[in-house]
Design a protein around this ligand. Structure first.
Ligand code: GN1
Ligand code: MG
Length: 380
């Protein structure tokens, strides 16, 4: 990340910052490139009394989020509810939760067509950092604890207040249907390069509807969930690596707790990044899974149902297969959804996630046993 004091991007960051309730002189900006969807900048200002204040400026991708104003309504409610709860519970929690800054015109966001659309401004959570890939079991535990705590924090919100920001976001059978359609259309003439991957996914497809079927039969509760629980969406204290808060709230909506847990298994138990081409490095590490599950259950065992607990291990495999399908669909469609750095990027990611899904699948019995052991320890 380079600090930009002048030039086209620095000018742009300063221009966008001018639209928000920020006080001080613009010092520098930097682009944060760890998400696949939104454009994110950090902007630094020097205040009159000599402090340096940092803010996050973010453009909401309107190809992905068809109704950004609705996304912002959700985000406003969730950030306020969490701030209310955390500030009442924890001393010195000011600045440790996400807060939106007012924009010119009276909203917490502003439409700037000349800057590509809708922008918002958050506080920068100071004294924290994120990891793009997990490095040790402590980080895995903290990620599980952070997202489990998030589920508790939003559990007393009114679900009717929160709208679906992306319909059928984690509907795995629909993701499979979309992939098949894209393969049939083959708009970019890419199907020949991913025949094996399509075959593998096809061979797994009878299991894709498991969780949505259970939800439709009311065997699993619908909760307000995060839906994008990647390890790099957890802010950890930069000295102690303890979880401080979770970010990226655009997909907070009614859903299944299991997809949240599953996405953590996907992103917090493998030491290789989604971009890794050497598939021999792509595997689930059992000790990371054990710590992750422990952190998550420490925060959630009081309220999870037995059916949820029973499906935790399975959910890790399911969402990894789902995301592989989403990357593959985008590859076939011509890379419209995920930010790509080169033409086969989505194919590389899909292959990587399929390798990870295979590794998780091979470990399911061990994962299941570990969950049972943990659950028993709370009963003892
Ligand atoms: C996207 O924005 P980011 O990078 O946190 C995607 C997630 C995927 C993830 C895969 C809104 O998340 O669903 O799991 O990429 N977000 C959206 O890395 O589609
Ligand atoms: Mg995201």
């Amino acid at each position: 990340m380079s600090q930009l004091r002048e030039g086209a991007i620095a000018d742009r960051i300063a221009r966008i910052g001018d639209q928000f309730a920020i006080n001080g002189d613009f010092l520098y900006g930097e682009e944060l490139r760890n998400g696949h969807i939104n454009t994110t900048y950090r902007a630094c200002y020097r205040t009159d009394d000599g402090h340096v204040d940092r803010y996050i400026l973010q453009r909401i991708n309107s190809y992905v989020f068809k109704d950004p104003a609705q996304v912002m309504k959700n985000v406003e409610k969730v950030t306020r509810h969490i701030s209310w709860k955390v500030l009442r519970r924890r001393k010195n929690a000011a600045g440790q939760t996400l807060t939106l800054y007012p924009a010119r015109g009276g909203r917490n966001y502003i439409n700037l067509p000349e800057e590509g659309g809708m922008w918002r401004c958050y506080n920068n959570i100071e004294g924290t950092h994120t990891y793009d890939v997990v490095e040790n079991t402590r980080q895995a535990y903290q990620a599980g604890y952070a997202f489990g705590s998030f589920q508790e924090l939003v559990s007393d919100m009114n679900p009717e207040d929160i709208r679906e920001s992306i319909p059928d976001f984690h509907n795995t059978p629909k993701r499979f249907d979309a992939l098949q359609k894209s393969a049939a259309v083959d708009a970019m003439h890419r199907v020949d390069s991913c025949k094996d991957e399509l075959e593998l996914v096809q061979s797994w497809s009878s299991q894709f509807s498991k969780l949505v079927d259970m939800q439709n039969n009311a065997e699993l509760p619908t909760r307000i969930t995060h839906n994008d629980t990647k390890i790099n969406n957890v802010m950890l204290d930069e000295d102690t690596d303890s979880a401080v808060c979770v970010i990226d709230l655009d997909t907070v909506m009614p859903g299944l707790s299991l997809y949240d847990f599953g996405d953590m298994v996907r992103s917090a138990t493998c030491m290789a990044s989604e971009d890794e081409k050497d598939l021999s490095k792509v595997r689930m590490e059992m000790p990371f899974f054990e710590s992750l599950a422990e952190g998550y259950l420490d925060a959630t065992h009081d309220f999870l149902t037995k059916a949820e607990v029973d499906m935790l291990a399975f959910s890790g495999w399911l969402i990894t297969a789902e995301i592989a399908m989403r990357f593959l669909t985008d590859y076939l469609d011509g890379d419209k959804y995920f930010r790509c750095d080169y033409p086969e990027h989505n194919l590389v990611r899909a292959r990587n996630q399929l390798a990870l899904a295979k590794s998780i699948r091979a470990n399911l019995p061990r994962m299941q046993n570990h969950i049972k052991k943990l659950i028993k320890s709370y009963d003892d």
